[in-house]
Design a protein around this ligand. Structure first.
Ligand code: ZN
Length: 397
């Protein structure tokens, strides 16, 4: 029933710019074209906003139970052995901690964890020594790191020497180049270190010469750079975590960071870059496609963007099939209970199921039901091709 607003006395409320009509059951507000409902009201009929009779719960308390009855397939283990290229495991410094991580990996069918903690020098060699002394040395590989402090005229030679030492010690590439690069790192004169600063060119070129990839995290989700208002789809996350508010006046923008990143991709076509978190384009697959089309030296990784894959299952499926040679599995935070959400999205056609963190996403996930040959590439074949230092034997064909 579309009941017109009648019977009330229209009162102009200057502050809201809306008309309120008093009615049985609460206040209703009629909107003019282009307006949205004032706080505390929701649009119940076209152009009419109404306040609930009871105080609405906050978004952190509202957890509706879905009544949808549909097929559910839990996927505790990946269908094929998998490689987590974006691993941040607990410190692998003792046999006991290594054993504990391996036990969790076994339950998930995660055969290989690539530690992406941007570690270099002594810290790297200590980690490698502990892994090599354990009975599980082929379950882990370690990425080296870049130190972006004091970037100046002699930085390049120093950084390249350290990179060569780290690769010689056993690092299989570098990463995760942290998000602070571009956002917060400064040059000695106090200016922001741009991602495409020419002083950094020697290190990007060295990766090509050494034949190892750079796993790089650039920028953050687009909404982290937008005002913290009630239209921001990451409102809750930004309200929870102060260090994610990259929306301060005068700060570097999302577009500036991606432009600088793409300048580096373009300037170093022989260097293999793995863009962490889908390059933060998982919410805009046309843009992700353009990046992969423009830069043959770039691949992407799926860590912490599952909510964007799972909310567009048809487009995502098409994308993962079209770009099946360009996408690597990675998880980011090591929470064993969260990996099965990835397996379920990639492997099933399940519909409308929960994601694991409300503050990332106020929506449900859908499976994209990838074919086996695409799953194999996503889970291990692409990583084995791009990161030559991974254990190459014993994988299914
Ligand atoms: Zn990251």
């Amino acid at each position: 029933m579309n009941r017109p607003l009648i019977g009330g006395v229209a009162v102009a409320v200057a502050a809201l710019g809306v008309a309120i009509a008093a009615q049985r059951g609460g206040n209703r507000v009629r909107l003019s074209a282009g307006q949205e409902c004032p706080p505390g009201r929701t649009e119940t009929r076209p152009g009419v906003c109404q306040a609930p009779e009871f105080p609405p719960p906050s978004i952190v308390d509202y957890r509706p139970r879905s009544t949808l009855v549909t097929a559910e397939h839990s996927v505790p283990r990946s269908k094929f052995p998998s490689i987590d290229i974006h691993g941040h495991p607990p410190p692998l410094t003792s046999i006991e901690s290594i054993d504990r991580v391996v036990a969790e990996m076994d339950k998930l069918n995660l055969r290989l964890m690539v530690s992406a903690d941007n570690s270099s020098g002594d810290r790297l060699t200590r980690a490698l020594a502990a892994i090599n002394a354990s009975p599980h040395k082929d379950r882990f590989r370690v990425l080296g790191g870049i130190n972006f402090s004091n970037v100046g005229p002699d930085w390049g030679a120093r950084a390249v020497a350290q990179l060569e030492a780290d690769i010689k010690a056993g690092a299989v590439g570098v990463g995760e180049v942290p998000k602070s690069f571009g956002l917060r790192n400064r040059k000695p004169d106090g200016s922001r270190l741009r991602i495409d600063d020419p002083e950094l060119d020697p290190i990007w070129a060295a990766f090509a010469r050494l034949g190892v990839p750079v796993f790089i995290h650039t920028a953050e989700p687009q909404e982290f750079f937008q005002p913290l208002d009630l239209h921001n789809e990451r409102w809750l996350e930004l309200a929870l975590f102060a260090d994610r508010r990259n929306n301060q006046p005068g700060g570097v923008t999302f577009e500036e960071l991606l432009t600088e990143r793409n300048n580096v991709f373009r300037r170093h076509p022989k260097t293999s870059f793995i863009a962490a978190h889908f390059g933060w384009h998982a919410n805009d697959l046309a843009r992700a496609a353009k990046m992969l089309d423009d830069f043959a030296n770039v691949t992407v990784e799926v860590g912490a963007i599952l909510y964007d894959v799972g909310r567009q299952p048809r487009a995502a499926r098409d994308f993962f099939i079209k770009y099946q040679d360009r996408i690597l599995f990675g998880k980011d935070a090591f929470e064993p209970s969260e990996y099965p959400y990835y397996w379920r999205v990639f492997e099933t056609a399940d519909e409308y199921f929960d994601y694991y963190r409300d503050y990332h996403a106020f929506w449900k996930l859908y499976g994209i039901n990838l074919p086996d040959d695409v799953l194999k590439k996503l889970y291990y074949k692409n990583a084995l091709r791009i990161v030559k230092g991974l254990p190459q034997n014993g994988w299914p064909q």
